[in-house]
Design a protein around this ligand. Structure first.
Ligand code: UD1
Ligand code: UDP
Length: 379
């Protein structure tokens, strides 16, 4: 009997969980691998929402989240905690995803042990170290240590080559978020009640044009959040619109939004939605207004115009495809851009076309085959 390669998959936040559950499903279904899952729980409730839906029970759970955690404390706790798990598990390879503190420290702890670390969603670059902050630098750190770089698109592949990463180590796989979106869509088709919890809101806002909102970026804290809240207040004051805003659990977001928007008739500030319900929100929204990375990838796949409340993006593919537009965080600008889409059918239709610049839904299987090939080479 040949031994199976032990792969330690590490994640800690909602978006990492969404983008890695398809990889975990694929590894667990493949007899060539022994897949061990470690969650840092950098997020707690928002991570558990994804684990529940995806049916993943972690083998290790560091439970590191603290209220309003600082980057210093978080990073220190993650590095020591993840190192201990690696010493116990003794993996052949480690997988991290994206650009969070969990991903960066997971890669570093693996590197300290000379364990090859493979990077899912490699090569995203805005070329501005403060937008997104601290993610741009986290990605570069991971890229400097990774063994295999799974770039979602040719744009991210080109960014890695520009940094002199060995071309033979870079593979364009598509983004696993599209795999996740396909999986959840099929689940909802099978069991529509999984996404039925928005029915009351849908009834309350019947006849209104729904704007879906998410916001959480650290670089937008303070004035940016105040501006975003003001823009939402003005958009929701139109007689034809309503805003549905599942508010991130970060207290820096919740405080501003609750102070500025609670009690408005046409603004629903709701708790973070699990993934099937968020997929439902995407489908009933006419426009998405967001500073999220993942939503920038999902909205184009569904043909939803997405206005991105950021100065730069490391995901230019949606902008190039015409489905996404960078609008920054100035309230006046956001209101103008939304009004244009709502009032000018041509502008709306130019953006509302389904594109799949981020992948075809088969990224996870490609990643698993590339891992198998790599392990075969080493054997
Ligand atoms: C983190 C990531 C960011 C990612 C985002 C996705 C870093 C540095 N930041 O940002 O890259 O885009 O997640 O959402 O890795 N909280 C809860 N419950 C939860 C989740 C968060 O209460 O389930 C609150 C806690 O008070 C926590 C705070 O949110 O301290 C901030 O969480 P943290 O992971 O540090 O940062 P995010 O802003 O969520
Ligand atoms: N999402 C979700 N519920 C919500 C808001 C977002 O499931 O209430 C999903 C969304 O579909 C996307 C991911 O969470 O896949 C984005 O996570 P987030 O915005 O927290 O992080 P980012 O992508 O910006 O790193």
């Amino acid at each position: 009997m040949t031994t199976r390669a032990r792969i330690l998959v590490i994640f800690g936040t909602r978006p990492e969980a969404i983008k890695l559950f398809p990889v975990v499903h694929a590894l667990k279904a493949d007899p060539r691998f022994d897949c061990v899952v470690c969650v840092s729980a950098q997020h707690r409730q928002m991570l558990d929402q994804v684990l529940d839906i995806a049916g993943i029970v972690p083998d290790h759970d560091l439970d590191v989240m603290q209220p309003d955690q600082s980057l210093d404390l978080l990073t220190a706790n993650l590095l020591t905690g993840l190192g201990k798990v690696m010493d116990a598990v003794q993996p052949d390879r480690v997988i991290v995803q994206g650009d969070t503190a969990t991903a960066m420290t997971g890669a570093l702890a693996a590197y300290y042990r000379k364990i090859p670390v493979d990077h899912v969603e490699a090569g995203l670059r805005s070329w501005n170290i403060y937008h997104p902050w601290p993610e741009e630098v986290n990605r570069k750190i991971i890229g400097s240590m990774a063994s295999l770089h799974f770039a979602p698109t040719t744009t991210s592949e080109a960014a890695l080559l520009k940094e002199n990463v060995d071309a033979a180590r870079v593979h364009v796989t598509g983004n696993t978020v599209i795999d996740a979106l396909h999986w959840v869509t099929a689940e909802i088709e099978r069991k529509p009640e999984l996404a039925g919890g928005l029915a009351d809101l849908e009834q309350r806002f019947a006849g209104k044009r729904i704007i879906g909102v998410t916001s959480h970026r650290r670089e937008n804290f303070g004035d940016g959040m105040e501006q975003i809240a003001e823009a939402i207040r003005r958009i929701a004051a139109r007689p034809d619109t309503a805003v549905i805003f599942p508010v991130h659990l970060n207290p820096n977001v919740r405080k501003v939004m609750n102070e500025r928007l609670a009690g408005l008739d046409t603004v629903a500030l709701i708790e973070p939605l699990d993934y099937p319900h968020f997929a439902r929100l995407l489908s009933i929204s006419e426009i998405m207004l967001t500073d999220s990375g993942g939503v920038q990838e999902e909205a184009p796949a569904l043909g939803k115009p997405v206005l991105v409340m950021r100065e730069t993006t490391e995901r230019p593919e949606g902008v190039v495809a015409g489905t996404a537009k960078l609008v920054g965080t100035d309230a006046e600008r956001i209101v103008t851009e939304i009004s244009t889409l709502l009032d000018d059918t041509q502008s709306y239709e130019a953006m509302a076309r389904a594109h799949n610049p981020f992948g075809d839904g088969h990224a996870s299987q490609r990643i698993v085959e590339l891992l198998a090939h790599e392990i075969g080479q080493q054997a």
